[in-house]
Design a protein around this ligand. Structure first.
Ligand SMILES: C=CC1=C(C)c2cc3[nH]c(cc4nc(cc5[nH]c(cc1n2)c(C)c5CCC(=O)O)C(CCC(=O)O)=C4C)c(C)c3C=C
Ligand SMILES: [Fe+2]
Ligand SMILES: [Fe+2]
Length: 355
């Protein structure tokens, strides 16, 4: 039988429950290297930076630069950064995403016993989107709801997940019915979750002089070409500012993680924290609402690198407020978001529980 050919509900599944569950939720995050070494980071960066959604230069030119220059230098530098945040559980992006998926599975199982599966895939590296969808398909999944773990849509992040899902579907004779959440940047429950998470953190740790929201940047050119990302970041920030009842000067927005020589979204986070310190701000709180779970970009770039920049420029403390991760706030808001997008699909037990 050809690979990915639907074998029916008795196919390859191991438990009665899995056999009967025809609807799956697939969470997709970016992916992360398997170890904090140049050797492990290199193939990860090659796949990531080789994606035309991420870098759209003409292929032959970019291939020469990527393989001739960047992949000779960057893996060692990135590996050094990864080593600073690596734990005995591995890469934070990976174990935090797994914890989120497990908590969502448990929550949805309590709400609708035996009707839904939650799976997790990574856009780059493992577990690959195509392999995960093929496995769900073999287990009899006929309806698939995909949630890319990016609150704001960008072609470079969400768009690339859509490509990977489309490629996986193309390889199937009878693909499952598909729904795909584009973004949840202005979802009421999501804004409420962010606000409560920040307020809870302030209640436990006290409050700084200002709150900076740092989002991952993208090249400005992509926004001119129609990417809604910058607008969605600003909307998330505006809604959060209203909900937290903060003034324009108390909640600021910046963009981090710039790569290469092009102009990226402004203002840059590193320049912003230095300027704030120079302006006399002593205690700065930073949150990164664009990241569903903590990762290199929050734990190393913000909580370590930018903290150092702020202190060196005269600031007293830069405190990073953790991502929503698998907090009750995140689980409740994402479960509600998923339930809304699942509406209209039949309850998926086909065996009336008799298996
Ligand atoms: C070079 C172009 C890049 C674009 C465009 C980009 C957009 C983008 N990225 C995220 C989320 C994450 N990025 C992460 C790491 C990371 N990002 C880039 C480059 C671009 N990102 C690189 C090269 C790296 C790897 C690390 C490094 O070498 O600096 C991560 C963390 C991964 C981890 O393992 O922890 C996340 C998450 C979004 C949301 C986005 C567009 C909006
Ligand atoms: Fe990135
Ligand atoms: Fe970075």
């Amino acid at each position: 039988m050809p690979p990915n050919y639907y074998t029916g509900p008795t196919g390859h599944s191991h438990t009665a429950d899995v056999q009967s569950v025809q609807t799956a939720v697939l969470l997709v995050n970016l992916g992360t290297p398997t170890a904090p070494t140049a050797q492990a980071v290199r193939p990860y960066l090659a796949q990531f930076l080789g994606d035309t959604r991420v870098i759209d230069y003409p292929r032959w030119l970019w291939w020469l630069i990527l393989h001739g220059v960047i992949l000779r230098i960057r893996p060692a530098r990135s590996a050094h950064a990864y080593a600073r945040i690596w734990t005995e559980r591995g890469s934070p992006l990976r174990f935090e995403s797994e914890a989120l998926a497990a908590a969502l599975q448990a929550k949805l199982e309590r709400e609708q016993p035996g009707t839904l599966r939650v799976a997790l895939a990574m856009r780059y590296g493992e577990p690959a989107v195509a392999d995960t969808i093929a496995q769900l398909h073999r287990e009899g999944v006929r309806r698939l709801l995909v949630l890319p773990l990016y609150p704001q849509y960008s072609a470079t992040s969400t768009g690339s997940v859509i490509d990977a899902v489309a490629d996986a579907m193309k390889a199937m004779r009878w693909p499952p019915e598909l729904r795909l959440i584009n973004d949840y940047h202005d979802d009421d429950a999501h804004i409420e979750a962010l606000a409560q998470r920040i307020e809870r953190w302030w209640a436990e740790n006290g409050r700084g002089d200002k709150l900076l929201l740092s989002f991952h940047g993208i090249p400005e050119r992509y926004v001119r070409l129609g990417d809604p990302y910058a607008d969605q970041c600003q909307t998330t920030a505006r809604l959060l500012r209203q909900r937290l009842q903060l003034g324009e000067g108390e909640l600021l927005v910046s963009f981090q993680s710039r790569v290469g020589r092009e102009r990226w979204l402004h203002p840059y986070t590193d320049a912003t924290v230095r300027q704030l310190a120079a302006d006399g701000v002593k205690r700065l709180d930073v949150a990164c609402p664009g990241f569903a779970v903590d990762c290199l970009e929050t734990l190393e770039e913000i909580a370590m690198q930018n903290r150092d920049f702020f202190l060196a420029a005269g600031g007293q403390s830069l405190r990073y407020i953790p991502a929503l991760n698998d907090s009750p706030e995140q689980i409740d808001s994402l479960a509600a978001l998923l339930q809304r997008h699942l509406r209209g699909w039949p309850a998926s037990r086909t065996d009336d529980g008799a298996a």
